[in-house]
Every structure is written in structure tokens, then in C-alpha cells.
Design a protein around this ligand. Structure first.
Ligand SMILES: Nc1ncnc2c1ncn2[C@@H]1O[C@H](COP(=O)(O)OP(=O)(O)OP(=O)(O)O)[C@@H](O)[C@H]1O
Ligand SMILES: [Mg+2]
Length: 379
């Protein structure tokens, strides 16, 4: 069985060009043939007159001449037609060759793009197609692929940083446990109670960290059931749960909330408000701090703002806070040893709900966190 060449775009374009050329050539040829055929036939006008005998003889001679002329002109026409067909066949071959060249030229950027894209992997994601030339459809495609590569590169870098940080953070409690156990082994007279207490503390921290990591991967990956939620309810619940902590730290919580319909996961939204209010309490002034928790329906969606007093923060510092494992320097001075995932979880929950998270430093110190979520159905 003979194998046909693969129907590449180049081949298809070539065939299309040549077919178009051939069809227009044939149409032109047929049209000119018809025109010439009609035009080439001379009219025979016989002028009556003279005797009947003479007239008959003249007419016969004229008819003969006329037939001869007709035959000659038809022969010439057919000759011309044959030559034109040969020229058309030759030109069609030329048009196939030209079409092949032109199609190759037009498609060259596409071939370059394919070659470059083929050898880009996660190792050289920094490479770009960077197609030069006019702003046409191919350039647009190349720019779109470059945009995709840029987003992928950022995402992969973020993931790698995250994995490195997570491993580092998980190693810390394990290393601490190891050190405590070694000390205990080398000193049999040591107080076991103290050791157990320290080990318990370290272990609890490791569990917190693992749970936060699990939470983060769940919100990043899992699709959750969407339901109609009144955002003011999880806000109220989170505030109530955290009230004892606020009292312990001398922080006042001021809550106000109208019904704020949105849709999403109640559990995740509760986690979101809890993280924000928890932050607002623990990263507050050492004494006499205030936290404001507000919810409200806005024309563009459901809005939650959590604001707190605290130390002065720079906009640059605030813009980095949602990075996983990033903790403010004041952590060393407070007794809250967070794992630095609270805001990363908040960001991923907001993303999963297609919302917008905005962090702004408060005038006079502290932070204002605003979460805008899609508007739910009014009940
Ligand atoms: N409401 C806030 N006011 C001031 N600083 C804040 C506030 N919320 C967060 N921060 C700063 O951002 C950092 C990151 O917050 P994040 O919640 O991600 O981690 P964390 O609170 O340190 O630990 P955890 O994972 O236990 O929440 C904090 O360490 C703190 O410096
Ligand atoms: Mg936190």
C-alpha cells in the first residue's frame, strides 16, 4: 500500500493555492474560448441582385469560401486552446512549487515556536519564544505562550520555595526532639517531668504545623461544596471562640455585621475569619489593643474587614505577609509562636472563592485586612 505524505498545514495550504489557481485558470480559459469562438465566426452577408443564374453560382462560391474561413478560424481557436491548456498545466506546476515555498515561509515562525516549546521543561522554564516580527496572529500566539510560561515559572518557583520552607519548618521540631532526647540519654538524673513537658510542647507545634500544611493543600486542590452562607455568622462564631484569648491579651473586639450573603464553604470561611481575627489579636499592641470585625453586603459583593491596632507596618512589609512561612520580626517578642501559614491559608481560601484579599497598613499602626467575596443570593 502506498503511504500518503502526512497532511501538514503546509501541504494543505499548497494544495489550496494551486487548486484556486487551477480553477481560476480553467474558468478564464473557458470564458475566453467562448468569447473568441463567437467573435471569430464572420457574418456572411449576401447582397441580392443580378440574374438568378449568376446569383446562384456566386452564392455557392461564397458559401465555399465562408466554410473555409470558418474551418480556419476554428482550427486556430482549437490550436490556441491547446496551447493555453499546456501553459495552464505548466503554470499550475509552478504555482504548486511557489505555494510550497510561500506556505513554508508563512509557517516558519510556527515551526520555530514548536521547536522551542518542545525543549522547554520545568528545568528551563525561564526560556521564552520572544517571537520578533509584525504584530500578527502568530506573534499573538507566541506572546500568549510566553505569558503562560511566565505564570508557570512563578508558580513552580513558589511551589519549590514552599516545599523547601515546609521541609525546613518540619525539620525544626524533629531536630529539637532529637536534641532533647540526646540530652536526656546522656544525663540519666535529669527531671523527666520537664523533659516530657518540653517534648509535648514541641510535638504540639509539629502537629499545628502539619495541620496548617494539610489545610493549605486541601484549599489549594480540593473542590468543596458551595452553599449559600451569611458571612456575618462565621464572623460572629470566630469572634466568640477567640474572645477568651482576646481577654487574656487585653484586647477589645468590636464586631458589627449586617447579613452578608455570599456562597462558598462555611467551614473554609470560618477558618478564614478565625485566622484573621486570631492574627488581629496576637499581632496587636502588648496591652489595650482593639480589633474591629465588620461584615457587610456591598454592590460588588460580600465584604469582610478585620482591623487591629498594633505597631507601625510598612507597605512593603505588608505586601509580603501572605507568603507562606513569613513571620513578622515581632514574633520573637510575643509569646505567640505561629507557623507563618495563617495568611497563606487565608489567601488560598479567598482564591478558591474567587474573591479579593487586600492588606493595608493602618494609619497609626496595625493592619487592615479586607476580603471581598462574590455576592450571594439575598434570602
Ligand atoms: N493583624 C495583623 N497585624 C499585624 N501584623 C500581622 C497581622 N496579621 C499578620 N501579621 C504579620 O504577618 C505575619 C504572618 O501572619 P500569619 O498569620 O501568616 O502567620 P503567623 O500568625 O505568624 O502564624 P500562624 O500560622 O500561626 O498564623 C505575622 O507573623 C505577623 O508579623
Ligand atoms: Mg496567624
Amino acid at each position: 500500500m502506498s503511504r500518503l505524505p502526512p497532511m501538514t498545514v503546509r501541504l494543505r495550504l499548497t494544495l489550496l493555492y494551486s487548486a484556486l489557481f487551477l480553477v481560476s485558470g480553467v474558468v478564464l480559459l473557458v470564458a475566453s474560448y467562448l468569447v473568441f469562438r463567437n467573435a471569430a465566426v464572420p457574418n456572411l452577408i449576401v447582397v441580392p441582385g443580378g440574374s438568378a443564374h449568376v446569383t446562384a453560382a456566386r452564392e455557392a462560391a461564397t458559401q465555399m469560401k465562408y466554410q473555409h474561413v470558418i474551418r480556419n478560424s476554428t482550427d486556430a481557436l482549437h490550436q490556441g486552446l491547446l496551447r493555453s491548456v499546456i501553459v495552464l498545466a505548466g503554470m499550475t506546476l509552478v504555482s504548486i512549487a511557489l505555494g510550497w515555498l510561500v506556505a513554508g515561509r508563512v509557517l516558519r515562525p510556527l515551526r520555530e515556536m514548536t521547536a522551542t516549546t518542545r525543549h522547554i521543561s520545568e528545568r528551563n522554564l525561564n526560556e521564552r519564544l520572544a517571537l520578533a516580527g509584525p504584530r500578527d496572529e502568530l506573534r499573538e500566539l507566541a506572546d500568549t505562550i510566553d505569558g503562560l510560561l511566565a505564570r508557570l515559572e512563578t508558580h513552580v518557583a513558589e511551589q519549590q520555595r514552599f516545599a523547601a520552607n515546609a521541609s525546613h519548618e518540619l525539620r525544626t521540631p524533629l531536630a529539637l526532639t532529637q536534641a532533647l532526647l540526646e540530652v536526656a540519654r546522656d544525663d540519666p538524673d535529669r527531671d523527666d517531668g520537664e523533659l516530657v513537658e518540653r517534648l509535648h510542647e514541641v510535638n504540639a507545634r509539629a502537629i499545628d504545623l502539619t495541620e496548617a500544611l494539610l489545610m493549605l493543600s486541601r484549599t489549594d486542590r480540593e473542590s468543596f461544596t458551595q452553599e449559600e452562607v451569611d458571612l456575618s455568622l462565621p464572623a460572629e462564631e470566630a469572634t466568640e471562640t477567640l474572645l477568651p484569648l482576646a481577654e487574656k491579651r487585653g484586647v477589645t473586639i468590636d464586631t458589627s455585621g449586617d447579613p452578608t450573603p455570599t456562597h462558598g464553604s462555611t467551614a473554609l470561611l470560618l477558618q478564614l475569619v478565625t485566622n484573621l481575627v486570631h492574627n488581629a489579636i496576637v499581632h496587636n499592641l502588648p496591652a489595650g489593643g482593639t480589633v474591629w470585625v465588620r461584615t457587610g453586603a456591598r454592590p460588588q459583593g460580600a465584604e469582610l474587614t478585620v482591623e487591629n491596632t498594633g505597631e507601625e507596618l510598612s507597605p512593603q512589609f505588608v505586601s509580603t505577609l501572605t507568603e507562606p512561612f513569613l513571620r513578622g520580626s515581632e514574633r520573637a517578642r510575643t509569646d505567640h509562636a505561629g507557623v507563618g501559614l495563617g495568611l497563606a491559608i487565608v489567601r488560598s481560601i479567598v482564591d478558591a472563592h474567587e474573591g479579593i484579599l487586600t492588606l493595608t497598613p493602618r494609619h497609626g499602626g496595625g493592619l487592615r485586612v479586607c476580603v471581598e467575596l462574590p455576592r450571594g443570593r439575598e434570602s
